[in-house]
Design a protein around this ligand. Structure first.
Ligand SMILES: Nc1ncnc2c1ncn2[C@@H]1O[C@H](COP(=O)(O)OP(=O)(O)OP(=O)(O)O)[C@@H](O)[C@H]1O
Ligand SMILES: NC(=O)c1ccc[n+]([C@@H]2O[C@H](COP(=O)(O)O)[C@@H](O)[C@H]2O)c1
Length: 373
């Protein structure tokens, strides 16, 4: 049986606080900025982990997730054109019913600071929620807004009772949706890299918008916040989510594995692997795991239909993507590109012979009905 009553005074205080927020949780949008080069399963997991954690507090209701890939102007080493990164994101996000990609940032010819990206999305969300709430205000909302209008006269503000303040806040909160930056602990810790982030941007990000940060192997975000004056000042606005199911996938490791001809299955969505294979990205020509497998049934969708206003868009399935000479051997820890695998079977066109050989190797196994669960 569950205990319906608070057992201590702190519990009671916590309960009354959460009762208030429970009935009126702050709506929020999670915005993740990054390279997504390529999008990994962990990028997607990050949203699920954050949403669970925010809902557990009962103070927030996550209304949507947005992924904003950085523009080509960011100029990071090995950064593929936004057209490809967006195609992969679009395919990967087919598995989510609440995370969307927004291409505004990557359509900019120059790199945009993250504080500006947050500002853009907050205004967009404000516009959307205004539009939604205007046409048909409910009876209750009309009453709330009336109260706000009556009570929010500047002259009266200081004379208002606590109840009035609460009523206004509740009414405003109900309609407002706040955009928060979702990131891994490495991004938070990059705030400490000299010259990388402007102080005013850091203050704006944590002070005005807020941050949800997922722990990552090798980082200690709590210590980092403690050591930073500005982050400590706004720590109420920073939610650290400890991810206990360690999963240190990173796009860098994925690119390295692909270059080295190693398998990346179960680290990326199959549709993303299909897209990488079809477009010869990240030096997969020599990747036996990718090139020898029969594309997944969704492979036909791997060439997608995003409209590209500012770019030529991705190559067709058979077209070779021009590869930057910098891509090979830039990592001092990487050896030379792996030699062509003897098993290398280019899976780009229908190879009937190899298909027949593979079909011959398929063993048909009859399962007893009770094993077919
Ligand atoms: N395994 C992970 N755990 C927690 N956060 C992650 C993880 N992988 C990526 N992120 C976060 O996802 C966001 C976007 O990631 P981005 O593509 O820039 O990083 P990345 O995967 O580390 O890429 P790269 O290795 O190319 O730097 C960042 O906030 C980053 O911290
Ligand atoms: N000053 C800034 O606003 C600033 C600095 C460095 C990185 N970022 C952002 O952080 C994200 C992740 O960058 P990396 O892929 O380099 O880790 C990108 O979206 C990038 O735009 C912003």
């Amino acid at each position: 049986m569950t205990d319906e009553f608070p057992s201590t005074t702190e519990d009671a205080a916590a309960r009354s606080d959460s009762e208030d927020t429970m009935s009126n949780p702050t709506k929020c949008v999670l915005l993740a900025c990054g390279s997504f080069n390529p999008v990994t399963n962990m990028h997607l997991r990050m949203f699920e982990i954050a949403r669970d954690a925010l809902h557990r507090t009962q103070k927030f209701s996550v209304v949507k997730g947005i992924i904003s890939p950085v523009s080509d102007g960011y100029g990071k080493k090995d950064l593929l054109p936004a057209s490809h990164r967006c195609e992969m994101l679009k395919l990967a996000l087919k598995s989510s019913n609440w995370i969307n990609m927004d291409t505004w940032e990557c359509e900019q010819s120059k790199w945009t600071e993250t504080a500006k990206v947050l500002k853009y999305h907050q205004s967009k969300v404000d516009r959307e929620s205004n539009m939604r709430s205007k046409p048909a205000p409910t009876k209750k909302r009309r009453k709330d807004l009336r109260n706000v209008q009556i009570n929010s006269n500047d002259n009266d503000y200081d004379d208002m009772s606590v109840d009035d303040h609460n009523a206004i806040n509740a009414a405003l909160k109900k309609d407002s949706v706040s955009v928060r930056l979702l990131c891994g602990a490495d991004l938070l810790e990059s705030f400490g890299t000299p010259g990388l982030w402007a102080d005013k941007d850091i203050e704006e990000i944590v002070g005005k918008y807020g941050l949800v940060c997922i722990t990552r192997e090798g980082s200690d975000p709590r210590k980092f916040i403690y050591e930073s004056d500005v982050l400590s000042k706004y720590q109420e606005n920073i939610i650290i989510v400890t991810e206990w199911i360690f999963n240190d996938i990173s796009s860098t490791k994925i690119r390295r594995a692909l270059r080295r001809g190693e398998s990346v299955k179960y680290l990326l969505q199959d549709v993303v692997i299909d897209y990488i294979r079809a477009n010869h990205l990240y030096g997969v020509e020599d990747n036996k795991y990718i090139n020898d497998i029969i594309p997944s049934p969704v492979a036909e969708n791997a060439v997608s239909d995003v409209q590209w206003p500012n770019s030529e868009g991705p190559s067709s399935e058979y077209e070779e993507v021009p590869r930057s000479p910098k891509r090979i051997n830039e990592d001092p820890f990487d050896g030379p590109p792996s030699p062509k695998s003897p098993r290398h079977v280019p899976c780009m066109g229908p190879d009937l012979g190899s298909l027949v050989r593979r079909v011959r190797n398929v063993r048909i196994i009859a399962y007893a009905p009770e094993t077919c669960v």
